[in-house]
Write a protein that binds this ligand. Structure first.
Ligand code: BGC
Length: 867
């Protein structure tokens, strides 16, 4: 049932009250919604946006904020256009690893592979290349990168779309990705904000489809410290990098919906982080009209309440809400200014390409409005936007291979007498690489997870193809492949003849709307799929040179075979995208020396991760309550805390050479003391003075209506009729949160003050340097990692703070110099509502993994100020 906007506003306001009284987690209200102010690098774009928005009518502004409905235009989301100014509809398109629903595009390695590279430079180059492709297809906003889920639970379905469960890996790589995308003239969208850590229960309707009788999305219940020190951390980096948009999430945060949560959007994102871009809803994640507008949502995606209904919480209803004074016009002005600031910031006024593809067909001709099959025309120009990106994709694929074990058998030469290639994961999907919509199956080699975070492969090089060409090019060896994991006797026979056996195995996961082998997005367990463990054991018991290659979305349990002496090498290749076979072959045959590090921990058992997915509803038919009781202790922080030894630790990865670490130096840099931000904002800028006469918003005669399309206009000058709201006319004072419409100057937050938070959080406090030497015989890459121990009882044993990837020739040394910023040595103080440097003695470590901390030193005490 569709609820009118007034009704929903009232219901949400009262559900907050219920949460408070019943003792379940509660999200405090925070109003008014901060208005953009255009600081620093936003100044020029903001000035242009203000000018642009000042010239718009109310309906035009609202058109910018509201999607026209699912499948009504070319992209997964489009807002309305402004024909009077020849301003086209803005196009939002998935995904974080390339362009979804399009042809002649590249399939890049997934985020988790970028995480494994630990390379800021490759993250940037991938972002730049993806941005170029989006721009070439006429997309305004790329719906990525993903940093939420961050990876609280290793089995979370969408972890692989992001970089790592470590917030600092995530933060550095999201920032570089955003810079890359936006340098190409495309607005990046960091998602999903925030605490959207599992697929199960993310949407009530989806969960009902799986047989769960729940009426609301689950609530991620998080304390303020965990929010700041873990989940918000990479979003701060995204905002500091100038991200143009952020997508709010399906989940509730402390029992208030992500896209209606004033604490999350108004306080954390727009207040503390001083985010200047716009917040768009995830698709159907908006649950209210007035209240989401006042809580900080700026764009409703895809615009309809439920796909294809033709009804919207905004559109007409937002026009009415402004015209009758419920939502102040400055709030809608601010939405439009934020959207247009992002547009101008990335230069779309100068460089935008008209959209030339269509999400809903790969044919050249199709319907402009696919939902209602209206206006048949040329919709797909089949523009090839792949450029030279294949070589970068291959490079990142190889640079993200983590060498977990090597008994001296790698690299191979290609002249081995008999190479067996075993496993379905070595070969093709018999239905073609795009044979399952949104990659919703695990057939053949795995190079991408499933869901909206995908792209169609332009081709997919399988491992067997690349290995076979390698061996044939050397002209000596036999190569025999068996793809059927169940063909035990054939596998045993081939393995027993082989001088080397390469076994390919995988584990898949994805987004909740698709279930693969009864994994409803999240993985049901951490074991290999398709009998992978047994497959490895069959091969290993017949061949004493068994090399395992894993294409998995994250950690899997390897206990059964990793220390088998016949398993001579183990590699994790993640989800490498279209060049999969070439990338792994580069590493296996030594053209590329592996230098990646595991971006997550490989535990001995699932329980060791300590933050399980909530599998069963725990609040009757009400919102399932997911208590983030583990706090900041996820992944390696949990293993360290509980003294659990992993099989392979976070940050671990071998090379064909060896490195040594020496000469740690720590020096205090002179800095100004931490200055909490003070003062007040300007009043909300008012860019319009729209009429309160409803008849001025009636559908113009010139508009040819498309069926079920979302418009800003009214079909009646009676707002009760136009809105269809039976409760129309309730007194706003009865349901609006206090202060929600107040446009007067507001106090700045002490932890705020600039995009990314208080600028003095980013002061360099210490300079740290260390020497890394390649003391082996071949050139290789090493990733020195800097960890800090913050020293308090409630702190993690160590937390990563920086890393860098270097290429070193044999005998070559590098002095890695970096800094610790104030944020790096601070804790969030919930009472102060600010960051503080505690008095606990702090230590710094530089090492090659989270458990190989070769160098350590105490951080010298700071004088005065903070200490
Ligand atoms: C996903 C988003 C995606 C959107 C549009 C949603 O289901 O959660 O990540 O961008 O759909 O396809």
């Amino acid at each position: 049932m569709w609820l009118g906007w007034l009704q929903v506003g009232a219901i949400l306001a009262s559900s907050v009250a219920v949460a408070k009284e019943s003792g379940i987690a509660h999200s405090p209200p925070y109003y008014p919604s901060p208005w953009a102010s255009g600081p620093g690098e936003w100044a020029e774009a903001y000035a242009k946006a203000r000018q642009f928005v000042s010239e718009l009518t109310l309906a035009e502004k609202i058109n910018l904020t509201t999607g026209v409905g699912w499948m009504q235009e070319a992209c997964v989301g489009n807002v309305g256009s402004i024909p009077r100014l020849g301003f086209p509809s803005l196009c939002m398109q998935d995904s974080p690893l390339g362009i979804r629903f399009a042809d002649y595009v590249s399939a890049f390695p997934a985020g988790i592979n970028v995480g494994a590279t630990f390379s800021k430079q490759l993250a940037y180059l991938r972002g730049k290349a993806m941005g170029e492709e989006h721009r070439g297809k006429g997309i305004n906003v790329q719906l990525g990168p993903a940093i939420g889920p961050i990876g609280r639970s290793p089995d979370g379905g969408r972890n692989w779309e992001g970089f790592s469960p470590d917030p600092v890996v995530s933060g550095h790589l999201v920032a570089e990705t955003i810079k890359g995308i936006q340098d190409s003239g495309v607005i990046a969208c960091a998602k999903h904000f925030i605490a959207n850590e599992q697929e199960r229960f993310r949407q009530a309707g989806e969960a009902q489809g799986y047989g769960f009788n729940i009426s609301e999305s689950s609530s991620s219940n998080i304390d303020d410290v965990t929010m700041h020190e873990l989940y918000l951390w990479p979003f701060a980096d995204a905002v500091r990098a100038g991200v143009g948009s952020i997508m709010c999430s399906y989940t509730q945060i402390n029992n208030s919906y992500g896209c209606g949560n004033s604490y999350a959007m108004n306080k954390l994102l727009k207040g503390e982080l001083d985010f200047q871009g716009f917040v768009m809803s995830d698709w159907q994640a908006q649950h209210s009209g007035v209240s989401s507008a006042l809580a900080g949502l700026d764009m409703s995606m895809p615009g309809d309440t439920v796909f294809g209904t033709g009804l919207s919480f905004w559109g007409t209803n937002l026009t009415i809400a402004v015209a009758n004074g419920t939502v102040p016009e400055w709030r809608v002005d601010d939405m439009a200014v934020r959207i247009m600031s992002a547009y101008f910031k990335v230069g779309q006024d100068k460089n935008q390409v008209p959209t030339n593809f269509n999400s809903w067909t790969r044919d050249e001709y199709g319907f402009e409005h696919a939902l209602v099959q209206q206006n048949y025309r040329r919709v797909n120009e089949k523009v090839n936007v792949r450029g030279q990106h294949a070589s970068l994709i291959r490079k990142i694929g190889a640079a993200s291979v983590v060498l977990l074990k090597n008994n001296g058998v790698l690299p191979l030469k290609g002249t081995e007498k008999f190479t067996a290639v075993i496993g379905e994961d070595a070969g093709p999907n018999l239905w073609g690489p795009n044979g399952c919509p949104d990659r919703g199956c695990d057939n053949g080699t795995l190079a991408m997870g499933w869901g909206s975070g995908t792209a169609d492969f332009p081709y997919l090089i399988t491992p067997v193809e690349a290995i076979q060409s390698e061996i044939l090019s050397k002209g000596e060896g036999n190569i025999v492949a068996v793809f059927d994991n169940a063909a035990k006797s054939q596998i045993a026979s081939v393995a027993s003849q082989a001088t080397v056996s390469l076994v390919f195995v995988n584990a898949d996961s994805g987004e909740g709307y698709i279930s693969v082998d009864r994994n409803e997005g999240d993985r049901n367990n951490l074991t290999l799929w398709k009998g992978g463990d047994e497959l490895i054991q069959t091969v290993a018991s017949n061949c004493n040179n068994t090399i395992v290659v894993m294409h998995t979305v994250g950690a899997v349990l390897v206990n059964e075979w990793y220390d088998n002496p016949n398993v001579t090498a183990i590699l994790w290749a993640g989800l490498p995208g279209q060049e999969s076979g070439n990338s792994i072959t580069d590493v296996l045959y030594g053209r590329v020396n592996p230098g990646a590090k595991s971006p997550f921990t490989w535990g001995k058992k699932a329980e060791d991760y300590g933050a399980p997915i909530l599998r069963e509803p725990n609040a009757g038919t009400d919102a399932p309550q997911i208590d983030f009781k583990e706090g900041i202790f996820i992944d390696y922080r949990a293993f360290d805390k509980n003294n659990n030894t992993p099989v392979y630790e976070f940050g671990f990865g071998l090379s064909y050479t060896t490195f040594s670490y020496s000469d740690l130096k720590v020096e205090i840099l002179h800095t100004r003391p931490y200055t909490p931000t003070e003062g007040i904002t300007e009043p909300a800028p008012s860019l319009g003075n729209s009429s309160h006469d409803f008849s001025s918003y009636l559908f113009p005669n010139s508009v040819e209506k498309v069926r079920l399309y979302i418009y800003p206009w009214l079909n009646s000058s009676d707002p009760a009729r136009a809105s269809g709201d039976p409760h129309y006319g309730m007194d706003p004072d009865d349901y609006l949160p206090p202060g929600a419409t107040d446009g007067s100057p507001q106090p700045l937050l002490p932890a705020g003050g600039a995009p990314g938070g208080n600028p003095s959080l980013y002061d360099d406090i210490y300079r740290v340097s260390a020497t890394i030497t390649n003391d082996g015989k071949v050139t290789g890459d090493e990733v020195p990692q800097l960890y800090v121990s913050l020293g308090g009882k409630k702190d993690a044993k160590i937390v990563l703070r920086d890393f860098e990837r270097f290429t070193l020739a044999p005998g070559q040394q590098v002095v890695w110099t970096t800094t610790l910023k104030r944020r790096d040595i601070s804790n969030w103080d919930p009472a102060e509502q600010n960051w503080v440097v505690t008095k606990h003695r702090k230590k710094v470590y530089v090492g090659s993994s989270s458990r190989k901390l070769h160098l350590k030193a105490r951080l010298p005490r700071l004088r005065g100020g903070d200490d």
